[in-house]
Write a protein of this length. Structure first.
Lengths: 491, 95
């Protein structure tokens, strides 16, 4: 049962083979057994979860049907969920109990899913390894020595270890795709504006986007159906007709034009990742797709551009944490300024402070044109590169991350090395495009490798189709990490 | 460009984050290496390029100016560090 697809779980629930309460209890037991080792969850609340499951059972008993009714899902701790502690991985919000639901949470509730708890993450979603979480790093289920990626590392690890059938994530520069790649699951970052940002704690508002994380593309399609949609409460939410993102899953790929950006296969890509991606390309050719070389000449600038724009927006967004209305307040201060400075010094971790300081500097008097404005102009060039590439192809394919999961401590002391691990994902956020990571192999030491698929604006259904067809002829996404039995005992 | 210790203290002050001298020194090294990466941007000719402030070129949506939210003051203030009679408490700002 723990390895069933969402479609299978919903069918079992509808057929009364299992109740939502029994299903939730099964996963809660698994979390209890394995979370002490993986640290994938920050908050688990058995009673609250079971209460939600009983409500789902009542809806099922009343004859209601739904693609996700009664299915348990874990939520990244960046989403405010009424009554749940919502920390964003920070000491700043260590005791914050959200007083309302994020729109994404409300939509999942309406669809009848049951929350299994709040998953661990890099502090305020700033990180690529989960090492910046105030609550300690998540372990990669494939190796205790390996990082799970970040920032949605808890969601990725929870799904990979099947502590949850699926989870939510958010992606500002790769935070869904990179951990999905490192943990061997599927994850989709939709087009900017498809999922509401209301109640999703803000990092960089022009880039932040919520999306689904699950074993398969088919699962992701069902989750996106529940998550997406216009929201009056998010000023950048897009008023669009609702879509069925699973509508094209079964379309054959004959004639599909796959663009291979030469910049994705240049220096810096590990040989093992290159080999796995090449093998995936061969698989797609067998499915009838054609490949065409494309170029994204400004892609190399995406990391510098991102580390101006994202910190600038973050420094503004995180100014709300002042110790007045919510969050940590220092216990001892002499005046208002002292209270702000001490509360923020105590409440934020080193990476968050670093980014706030970068953002404060690039927005400060005399530097705006050289940094922020120049970054916005190059952002336009990067977006134009993608637009030109999509004249030649239907989807763009490449690696998600330059290497398989690295070890704890390997990059923690060198922010620049850490930032470059998002070299293939960041440009997609800058251009606002949908991107997906799906498993496509393993390194020699047994760590997953992810394949990235990038679509044109609003091409989520196409991406899911391309991913699903690959998953019909491969089984990388069905492999389970060697965790031993559910007792949590080490192998 | 290289940030001086004074620059770091000035930035920290603007950001309302108290830093010790040791923290400022660590931050200086790290910020300088990050700006080393960022400086790559300066070599790019962007003359005539329209800045892209947002992922999608859509106009800001407006709505009617009417009350849409209920009063949830008690619930929202339950998570505040210090409140009294519905007001947030802060240190005295006017002598």
């Amino acid at each position: 049962m723990i390895d069933s697809s969402l479609k299978q779980l919903a069918a079992a629930l509808a057929a009364k083979q299992i109740s939502s309460t029994e299903l939730a209890a099964l996963f809660l037991d698994r979390i209890e057994a394995l979370n002490p080792r993986l640290n994938a969850f920050i908050t688990v609340d058995r009673e609250r979860t079971l209460a939600e499951a009983r409500q789902a059972d009542a809806r099922l008993a009343a004859g209601e049907t739904g693609a996700l009714l009664g299915v348990p899902v874990a939520h990244k701790d960046i989403f405010c969920a009424d009554g749940w502690r919502t920390t964003c991985g920070s000491k700043m919000l260590g005791n914050f109990v959200a007083p309302y639901d994020a729109t994404v949470i409300a939509k999942f509730k309406a669809a009848g899913t049951v929350s299994l708890g709040k998953t661990n993450m890099d502090e305020f979603a700033m990180g690529s390894s989960n090492e910046t979480s105030f609550f300690g790093a998540v372990k990669n289920p494939w190796s205790d020595a390996a990082v799970p990626g970040g920032s949605s590392g808890g969601s990725a690890a929870a799904v990979a270890a099947r502590l949850a059938p699926a989870a939510t994530g958010t992606d500002t520069g790769g935070s869904i795709r990179q951990p999905a790649s490192l943990c061997g699951i599927s994850g989709l970052k939709p087009t900017y504006g498809v999922c509401s940002r209301y109640g999703m704690i803000a990092f960089a508002s022009s880039l932040d986007q919520a999306g689904p994380m699950a074993p398969s593309a088919e699962d992701c399609a069902l989750l996106l159906n529940a998550m997406a949609g216009f929201d009056e409460r998010d000023s950048t939410s897009l008023p669009r007709e609702p879509e069925d993102y699973s509508r094209d899953l079964d379309q054959p790929l004959a004639g599909l034009r796959i663009g291979l950006p030469k910049e994705f296969f240049a220096a810096g890509l590990s040989a093992e990742v290159a080999q796995a991606v090449e093998a995936a390309i061969a698989e797609y050719q067998k499915l009838g797709a054609q490949t065409v070389e494309v170029s994204l000449p400004n892609m190399g600038l995406s990391v510098p551009v991102y580390y101006v724009l994202a910190p600038a927006e973050a420094s503004s967004n995180l100014s709300r944490f002042d110790g007045v209305r919510y969050g940590h307040r220092a216990s001892d201060y002499k005046d208002l300024l002292d209270m702000y400075e001490k509360s923020r010094a105590e409440g934020f971790g080193a990476e968050v402070k670093r980014r706030i300081m970068i953002g404060t500097y690039v927005l400060s008097h005399g530097y705006y044109d050289a940094y922020y404005l120049q970054a916005q102009k190059i952002r336009r060039l990067i977006a134009a590169d993608f637009a030109a590439a999509f004249k030649q192809c239907d989807v763009i394919l490449g690696p998600t991350a330059p290497t398989p999961a690295f070890n704890f401590g390997e990059k923690a002391a060198d922010p620049v090395a850490m930032y470059l691990s998002d070299i293939y994902t960041i440009a997609v956020n800058l251009a606002g495009l949908p991107g997906m990571s799906i498993p496509c192999g393993f390194s020699g030491n047994g760590r997953p490798i992810g394949l990235q698929l990038i679509g044109d604006l609003f091409a989520e259904a196409k991406l899911l189709n391309v991913a699903h067809q690959y998953q019909l002829v491969t089984d990388w996404h069905r492999r389970l990490p060697p965790l031993g039995e559910a007792s949590g005992a080490r192998r | 460009m290289a940030l001086s210790p004074q620059d770091i203290l000035h930035i920290a002050r603007l950001a309302r984050i108290r830093v010790t001298e040791a923290e400022a020194e660590t931050a200086r090294g790290q910020l300088n290496s990050i700006f080393g990466l960022i400086e790559q941007m300066q070599a790019v000719d962007t003359k005539g390029v329209e800045p892209m402030s947002h992922a999608l070129d859509v106009a800001q949506r407006l709505r009617e100016d009417r009350v849409t939210e209920p009063d949830r003051r008690d619930k929202f203030q339950a998570v505040a560090p210090a409140v009294e009679n519905g007001l947030y408490l802060v240190p005295k700002v006017i002598e």
